[in-house]
Write a protein that binds this ligand. Structure first.
Ligand code: FMN
Ligand code: SF4
Ligand code: SF4
Length: 251
């Protein structure tokens, strides 16, 4: 079973391609998280966990869901991490998670997709995004071939800088950057409520017609990139930036 988490669609695209190639089921972990449900799943095919990279690790909301979930059937776990540049060195944490769950760790695949972290960086425009996605497809195809053939993903070679990013810098990242205080709406907001629906953590509530952000944000970018009126800003950092959403996988 392919279980994915996605803020702006890259990981959903990757998961859909893998599910298509492997003829496997696909499950959106975001809906479980939103409904505050535990993952209680059974699959005879290997588990394939697909997610964006947040500070060179799995998003904590996703690793928590896996840690607290019940996974019956297959004992094989593959990880696919989409990223804007690189996934660092998350192997130690992923192996530890597999050990807790009784999974055999079958490796992690780094898939470079368009950057979506627009409260810190810039997302690419449409043409550039399409080029990056086209380059990611053969990486995903090869991943599907390995999973389908029962082979592990190849071991990655990582250095000290990668370990630092996935270790200490990841620890520092959450208290420093993962906040929702700076989110606000502009006069273009029409109170449609889509942002409230999109937030996997139920961190947005409409007061009358005005969306208000609470403190449970994981900075997934679903709200700011998903608002049809581009009416959400993050302080001044997001002003004038491209809002990124991945195209749907069409085969
Ligand atoms: C909070 C946050 C942290 C991120 N950290 C990294 C990172 O450490 N390395 C990286 O290459 N990309 C990073 N990115 C970019 C995303 O991992 C990348 O764009 C991913 O494909 C988005 O997937 P999604 O569309 O499924 O949400 C980060 C994005 C966000 C929102
Ligand atoms: S999605 Fe955009 S327009 Fe709709 S309520 Fe949220 S901020 Fe306003
Ligand atoms: S508030 Fe926005 S960025 Fe934060 S978790 Fe919800 S949708 Fe994602």
């Amino acid at each position: 079973m392919i279980v994915y988490f996605s803020g702006t669609g890259n990981s959903r695209y990757a998961a859909a391609l893998l599910a298509d190639r492997l003829g496997d089921e696909i499950l959106d972990a975001g809906t479980l998280i939103k409904e505050k449900k535990k993952a209680e799943l059974t699959s005879e095919k290997p588990w394939v966990f697909v997610a964006p990279t947040y500070a060179w690790q799995l998003p904590r909301v996703f690793s928590d869901l896996l840690r607290n979930g019940l996974f019956e059937g297959s004992k094989d776990a593959y990880f696919v991490m989409t990223c804007g540049a690189d996934i660092g060195s998350p192997e130690k944490e992923l192996s530890a998670l597999c050990q807790v769950k009784g999974f055999a760790f079958r490796g992690v695949l780094e898939v470079v997709m368009p950057e979506n972290y627009i409260t810190l960086f810039d997302a690419p425009g449409q043409e550039e995004a399409a080029r990056i996605i086209a380059a990611a497809r053969p990486v995903l195809e090869e991943g599907a071939r390995l999973i389908g053939g029962g082979e592990s993903f190849p071991e990655r070679s990582t250095g000290f800088a990668d370990k630092l990013k996935s270790g200490l810098i990841n620890e520092m990242f959450y208290p420093v950057f993962v906040k929702a205080k700076a989110f606000h709406v502009t006069k273009d907001c029409n109170g449609c409520g889509l942002c409230e629906k999109l937030c996997p953590l139920n961190n947005i509530e409409l007061e009358g017609k005005e969306p208000l952000w609470g403190s449970r944000c994981t900075q997934c970018m679903a709200c700011i990139c998903g608002c049809p009126r581009e009416a959400i800003e993050y302080g001044r950092r997001s002003k004038g930036k491209v809002r990124y959403q991945c195209q749907e996988y069409q085969g």
